[in-house]
Design a protein around this ligand. Structure first.
Ligand code: SAM
Length: 306
């Protein structure tokens, strides 16, 4: 058993034996590491390598193609922010589409909103859904909501065929632009999102780190300014197990009713029914919502100039 475990760890590109190190050309010269207690699952889907391991200090960890997607300890920071930043910025969201997000964590957060009537999710990789249901019940609990409608397929194709003006909000919970998520960062995809949203509808997409990917962010911002005729804003949050410890979101609205993302109009942190049905929020509140749009000077300069 020891021997297979050593072999498995080698597949996980460890720098330190017994530790998982996240090595990728997307962040050359650095690799965040977590101590591995036990590998729980290793598989290869049609799209990516899938690993689940028990870490020493962050609970269970989901890794796709060598990149950490979530840990039990800090997933709240990401899931709550990517969901409530858009949904708390508009009154009464009813139809919500999630692209990616196969783990179900975003669904769990969308489900807190009682105004929501329909939650569609289009995830490309069924293995992510199955693995999450097996190993991350507190995240995959999002699938239990009767409003959820799961489509296994490519988010790009799904949005191309979506009826015009359908959604109040689209949340793009994608992996990085190397691999199946590449097109989710490109202009034609944003054009389909714009089409599928109702006037004054909102989109929130995973938009990488200001410390590592200002070049990717610049492109996303300039594409979005061309396509979305309402507001276009960048927000960010702290997620310790993501490269550089921070992750950003691109928030845009379509032409029509005006949306001021910095002033939430639909607070969820004080919502008794959300707390009753889903437990208290661990990260999001209305103050951190507004603060998320304050940028360090170096990032502000670049983003404002686009
Ligand atoms: N929710 C996670 C967290 O807490 O950090 C973030 C990552 S989520 C697991 C990203 C998902 O996007 C993956 O499951 C991946 O399979 C999916 N994905 C990648 N490309 C896609 C595409 N073109 N269409 C739909 N889903 C895609």
């Amino acid at each position: 058993a020891m021997e297979t475990e050593t072999k498995e760890l080698a597949c996980m590109s460890s720098v330190i034996p017994g530790w998982f190190s996240e090595i990728s050309p997307m962040w050359p010269g650095e690799a965040h590491s977590l101590k591995v207690e036990k590998i729980l699952f290793q598989g290869k889907s049609d799209y990516q390598d899938v690993i689940v391991f028990q870490s020493a200090t962050y609970g269970k960890v989901l890794v796709l193609d060598g990149v950490i997607q979530l840990t039990e300890r800090d997933e709240c920071a990401y899931q709550e922010m990517i969901t409530h930043l858009p949904l708390c910025s508009i009154p009464n969201p009813k139809k919500v589409l999630v692209i990616g997000g196969g783990d179900g964590g975003v669904l769990r957060e969308v489900a807190r909103h009682t105004s929501v009537e329909q939650i569609d999710i289009c995830e490309i990789d069924k293995m992510v859904v199955d693995v999450s249901k097996q190993y991350f019940p507190n995240v995959a609990v999002g699938y239990d909501d009767p409003r959820v409608n799961l489509i296994i397929g490519d988010g790009v194709a799904f949005l191309k065929n979506a009826a015009e003006g359908t959604y109040d909000a689209v949340i793009v919970d994608s992996s990085d632009p190397i691999g199946p998520a590449k097109e989710l960062f490109e202009k034609p995809f944003f054009e389909s999102v714009n089409r599928a949203l109702r006037p004054g509808g909102v989109v929130c997409t995973q938009a990488e780190s200001i410390w590592l990917h200002m070049n990717i962010i610049e492109d996303i911002v300039s594409n979005c300014r061309e396509i979305f005729k309402g507001s276009v804003n960048y927000a960010w949050t702290s997620v310790p197990t993501y490269p550089s410890g921070v992750i950003g979101f691109m928030l845009c609205s379509t032409e029509g009713l005006e949306v001021d993302f910095k002033k939430p109009v639909n607070p969820i942190d004080a919502d008794e029914s959300s707390i009753k049905s889903h437990g208290p929020l661990k990260f999001y509140n209305s103050e951190i919502h507004s603060a998320a749009f304050c940028l360090p000077s170096f990032a502000k300069k670049v983003i404002d100039s686009k």
